[in-house]
Design a protein around this ligand. Structure first.
Ligand SMILES: Cc1cc2nc3c(=O)[nH]c(=O)nc-3n(C[C@H](O)[C@H](O)[C@H](O)COP(=O)(O)OP(=O)(O)OC[C@H]3O[C@@H](n4cnc5c(N)ncnc54)[C@H](O)[C@@H]3O)c2cc1C
Length: 403
């Protein structure tokens, strides 16, 4: 193994987490190589709803103009609709959510990384990691059917998503107790009652499943259905009819689908939960979904990818500048992630408890309608613009549940 690798950092995965990490590190003049198995613009199963917090991070990392040039829909909030039609329209207290197709968003972010000086290899899959003793010292990757090439690097960043090869090869994934869920996502048009000018998304919940509708530019609607993995496995190959059958079961949605048409293929992914307690080790760190994922209901994946990239880039910069203190910088990265993401994770778990018990959810939606200040507090925390502590406080819960 060369003692002076050609790359300071190899970033595996060019989605939002990898692109943003690469952009920030290339701007600090490190030699950065991004490797992605896909060719961009590539699609990705996602409800395509970026929380208002995403806009704040995009501005900080200098990618706001590039994303605005794509003319995303700006959404004021989300309507939550329970199994018997109880609803609450939550408005974000600060900023707007952005709705735009992932192929465009991800391409724009990767282009920012390129412009800052990162080298990007598309259509190249990382199969394995190189090691020097316990330390990860590079990756082994192949383009198409060509033989694998070894790329040595001072640091490997695993930004390769939910089914991360880097997380698997560093033994970072731990078993979780979370239900095994699957996401099925597509674009539709002609969903009745969702005007082309709608400025709210919709989230419909029924026992065991939920579906998000996000109005996109051009009159299309992103439809993202999440249901138990076993429901998909039992249906085998007939996913299309399962999708429409399951949508029709949502009481406030089924009757609005008579004219609905799918405008692109269904994308599916699962299981959705990934538990990664330690997101770094000698020679590597994980960021974005590769560093763990809970559930898409609360819509923070893109925010976590970008905010995580800021933390990852700061840690990587420190590790590269002072090699003798690299392990300490990577350990500090794990702690910084916990401080940044744990409170929201706790809030997400609380929200999951409500959606698991529909009568409780319906009761909470009624209460939120009557207590707008609680709704605002919750939307600020869910939108990643306000710290979740107030929403998590026992007094807030008591105010929400008190008859
Ligand atoms: C059904 C569903 C709905 C969602 N809805 C939302 C939402 O509305 N809002 C939101 O904020 N988040 C949502 N999310 C989460 C969000 O999509 C992710 O959190 C986000 O994409 C994470 O970005 P990332 O860069 O970590 O990973 P990704 O965007 O998945 O990018 C990973 C990249 O790594 C590449 N890659 C993978 N393996 C390799 C390999 N071995 N070699 C080379 N390249 C590799 C892939 O090609 C890909 O480009 C949703 C997720 C799901 C499943």
């Amino acid at each position: 193994m060369s003692r002076d690798p050609a790359w300071d950092v190899v970033v595996v995965g060019g989605g939002p987490a990898g692109a943003a990490t690469a952009a920030l590190l290339a701007a600090r003049r490190w030699r950065v190589l991004v490797i992605d198995k896909a060719r961009f613009p590539r699609d990705k199963p996602c409800a395509e709803f970026a929380s208002p917090g995403v806009g704040i991070v995009l501005r900080r990392i200098g990618a706001w103009e590039a994303v605005q040039a794509l003319r995303p829909r700006r959404l004021r909030g989300m309507q939550l609709i329970g199994p018997s039609g109880e609803r609450f329209a939550g408005t974000y207290p600060r900023g707007r959510a952005l709705a735009l197709p992932r192929p465009q968003l991800d391409q724009a972010l990767l282009d920012v990384a390129r412009r800052r000086g990162a080298t990007v290899w598309e259509g190249t899959r990382v199969h394995d990691l190189l090691r020097e003793g316990r330390r990860i010292s590079g990756v082994s990757a192949a383009t198409g059917s060509s033989p694998a090439r070894h790329m040595a690097a001072r640091l490997v960043v695993g930004a390769d998503g939910l089914h991360s090869t880097v997380a698997r090869h560093t033994d970072a994934i731990r078993p979780g107790w979370w239900p095994q869920r699957t996401g099925l996502v597509t674009h539709c048009e002609h969903i009745d009652g969702l005007s082309a000018l709608a400025s709210y998304g919709e989230m419909h919940v029924r026992p065991g499943a939920y579906v998000g509708l996000a109005p996109l530019p051009g009159g299309r609607v992103n439809v993202a259905l999440v249901l138990p993995g076993r429901a998909v496995r039992q249906r085998g190959k007939d996913i299309e009819s399962l999708f429409w059958h399951e949508l029709a079961q949502f009481p406030a949605l089924g009757s609005r689908l008579a004219r609905a048409q799918r405008t692109k293929p269904l994308l599916g992914t699962g299981p959705l939960r990934r538990r990664v307690p330690v997101a770094a080790g000698p020679g590597y760190l994980l960021v974005g979904d590769a560093a763990g994922f809970l559930d898409p209901f609360t819509g923070e994946g893109i925010y976590r990818a970008l905010r995580g990239a800021e933390l990852a880039a700061a840690a990587a910069d420190a590790a590269l500048r002072t090699p003798a203190a690299a392990d300490a910088a990577l350990a500090a990265y794990c702690r910084a992630r916990q401080r940044a993401f744990r409170p929201k994770e706790a809030l997400c778990l609380l929200v999951q408890a409500f959606i698991a018990y529909p009568p409780l959810l319906e009761y909470a939606l009624r209460r939120l309608r009557r207590r707008p200040e609680l709704g605002q507090m919750l939307m600020g925390a869910l939108g990643d613009t306000h710290a979740p502590w107030t929403a998590l406080a026992p007094a807030t819960l008591a105010a929400l549940l008190r008859p």
